[in-house]
Design a protein around this ligand. Structure first.
Ligand code: SF4
Ligand code: MG
Length: 328
């Protein structure tokens, strides 16, 4: 499949009062058409900033894309006019976030909110937009769609609101859907339902999805490919089976070990000790070195490049180099 989204050598920096924070520092990511790509990492890894950069949502923040390209279906979406950026949102890029309540307008009826996008990005009449709205609600299994459109966000449950957000994101048939921790704020049962829905949509409309999460358990459920980020860099990427069966970066390994196992009494999470480094004191070599139990001399001195395995599997760790073992 062709790449529907290509992120090339992206650098997004934040110019804060305390200095420059290199939130995304040289990231390459490809999203294949019809595929779901999970971007995983702890907070501070740069995964959300990568998404914000694609969605053109840095405006009004201290963040700025200082270098790199983002191509949607082959077309640059960084160096375009404000007007073009506005059109892109909603019509070509659909988005869902963690907190539906903050993205929904509390004083607008559900139906009007979904229709707003349609009326803005197409020349549909109000009646056509209404019919399309009901259709999309039915498509995502919302019962009593003709009633729901006349209700307000507060009248709906959290899970229902997130479904409405998905409807809003999809109503204009965008080329890609970006989901940033869409299930994190929901309880486990609802979370499972929303993931189920996303899987279903993928099957029905062959959606291309960029799925941002800190939870590898969620990745296992919905993703085809995985990109693991740390300190504004990609440290490992590959298809979901390879990443789970044969991780080659100690950070990925640590994330996998920290997934709570269902039905197993966990005394303590075998997660990764330490914290993401302070951006002001970024290690010179491998950024994960201060937390890595495999650390070697070279790790302190030189940042590892990518080493490539079969199936486009890549890891940015010195252990992958032959003279250091060639494998984790
Ligand atoms: Fe650990 Fe060295 Fe690999 Fe970094 S390069 S993850 S410090 S072994
Ligand atoms: Mg985030």
């Amino acid at each position: 499949n062709k790449n529907i989204l290509e992120i090339k050598d992206l650098h997004t920096y934040f110019y804060t009062d305390n200095g420059i924070v290199k939130a995304v520092d040289g990231v390459d990511i490809n999203l294949k058409e019809g595929s779901t790509l999970g971007i995983v990492g702890e907070s501070g890894s740069g995964k959300s900033v990568t998404a914000l950069s694609v969605m053109n949502l840095l405006e009004g923040t201290k963040g700025k894309i200082v270098k790199g390209e983002i191509l949607l279906d082959g077309k640059d979406i960084v160096n375009i006019s404000k007007e073009e950026k506005r059109k892109l949102k909603g019509s070509q890029i659909g988005m869902i976030f963690q907190e539906p309540m903050t993205s929904l307008n509390p004083v607008l009826k559900i139906g009007d909110q979904i229709m707003e996008g349609l009326l803005q990005h197409s020349d549909m009449s109000k009646q056509e937009a209404k019919e399309k709205t009901i259709k999309i609600l039915e498509q995502i299994s919302i019962p009593r769609a003709d009633k729901i459109i006349n209700e307000y966000p507060f009248q709906l449950s959290g899970g229902m609101r997130q479904r409405i957000m998905i409807a809003m994101a999809l109503v204009c048939n965008p080329k890609i859907l970006i989901a940033d921790e869409p299930t994190t704020a929901l309880d486990v049962t609802i979370q499972a339902q929303i993931l189920e829905l996303i899987l279903e949509l993928k099957k029905i409309i062959g959606m291309s999805i960029m799925f941002i999460t800190h939870d590898l358990g969620v990745v296992a459920e919905v993703c085809d490919e995985v990109v693991v980020m740390y300190c504004g860099r990609v440290v490992e990427s590959g298809d979901v089976f390879t990443i789970f069966e044969d991780p080659q970066h100690p950070y990925t390994k640590g994330l996998l070990e920290s997934i709570p196992k269902l039905g197993v009494e966990v005394e303590r999470l075998d997660s990764i000790p330490g914290n993401v480094p302070n951006p002001k004191f970024m290690p010179k070599g491998c950024k994960f070195e201060p937390r890595c139990k495999y650390s070697m001399d070279i790790c302190k001195e030189e940042e590892p490049p990518f080493f490539t395995f079969d199936n486009e599997h890549k890891s940015r760790c010195w252990l992958c180099k032959k003279e250091y073992g060639g494998e984790l």
